[in-house]
Design a protein around this ligand. Structure first.
Ligand SMILES: C[S@@+](CC[C@H](N)C(=O)[O-])C[C@H]1O[C@@H](n2cnc3c(N)ncnc32)[C@H](O)[C@@H]1O
Length: 274
């Protein structure tokens, strides 16, 4: 390790999973011909010394999910230019810089060791606030001004939480932020069960338990379950390379039998003031 390298081993347990997703974005960003470009992710990845190979082979799902998130935030900010973006479990995500909209108010919420790394490694931004707290600790809900619009991302977060915790948080966001949106991704219950038995990504790394699984059809029923939810969209990630190119995986993903078995991205729209 060089003298100024940061040791990623300071993170463990669920906090260390942000190094897995960072590695996948950085690798994809370096890939010739990729639609995903993120020089800051590349820089972070190089500056954090870590045994990244323990996460197994790099994959495209995390960069493609990030592109889907970028599009959803852009669309919301186009309609609500004064809105606050709240990034729950933001890890070492660099969405703010990819978007290139420095005037947006940004609240980053993650566990204290992760926020500490963000503070040490990422450029300070006057519109960005970092809260070292659990997303389940409701203090963050008091920060954004609901009247200006609120976009909440929970990218790679909800699967690590309990079912009642997640559903309770969704209901509370719907009640507190009328007209807002929530972007989150889910694993299906069969993958959740597998992680509870110990899902090994390599011979040196077992992913933390992911107790919360959700099917596409259960996500589609959220509006009937919570009055504050006006609509949900099953978001398809944009096409990527090879197996992720247009027309292959995406077609398979919509086969009726597989719809319920695949991971998903959900964009929830909260009802306007009631
Ligand atoms: C798989 S990483 C995803 C990080 C980032 N969103 C991304 O896509 O790269 C999961 C993140 O959730 C954070 N996390 C886990 N439990 C949390 C909680 N209760 N509150 C806030 N953050 C949490 C972890 O510290 C980690 O940064």
């Amino acid at each position: 390790m060089s003298a100024d390298a940061i040791d990623g081993a300071a993170l463990d347990g669920v906090a260390a999973t942000c190094l897995w997703t960072l590695r996948n974005r950085a690798e994809e960003s370096r890939h010739p011909g990729s639609a995903f470009t993120d020089p800051l992710a590349d820089d972070l990845h190089r500056r954090i010394s870590y045994d990244y190979a323990r996460f197994g082979k790099p994959g495209q799902i995390h960069p493609l999910r990030a592109l889907a998130l970028d599009s959803a935030i852009r669309a919301y900010l186009d309609r609500h230019p004064a809105a606050t973006v709240v990034a729950l479990g933001e890890g070492l995500q660099t969405t703010y810089w990819r978007l290139g909209r420095p005037a947006v108010d940004w609240l980053s919420v993650d566990l204290p060791p992760v926020i500490d790394l963000r503070r040490r490694l990422l450029p300070p931004e006057p519109r960005m606030t970092a809260l070292p707290a659990s997303a389940l600790d409701r203090t963050w809900l008091d920060v954004p001004d609901p009247a200006r619009g609120v976009f909440i991302s929970a990218e790679g977060l909800f699967m690590y939480l309990g079912r009642e915790e997640v559903l309770g948080l969704i209901a509370e966001c719907a009640a507190r932020f009328p007209g807002g949106q929530l972007f989150f991704d889910s694993i299906p219950p069969w993958i959740s069960r597998r992680t509870m038995k110990g899902h090994r990504l390599s011979d040196r790394y077992t992913a933390p338990p992911m107790p919360f699984g959700l099917t596409v059809s259960e996500a589609a029923r959220l509006p009937g379950r919570f009055p504050g939810i006006a609509a949900v969209e099953d978001v398809q990630p944009p096409p990527g390379r090879k197996a992720w190119r247009p027309g292959t995986l995406r077609k398979i993903a919509d086969l009726p039998g597989l719809r319920e078995l695949r991971p998903s991205i959900t964009l929830v729209t909260f009802a306007e003031d009631r």
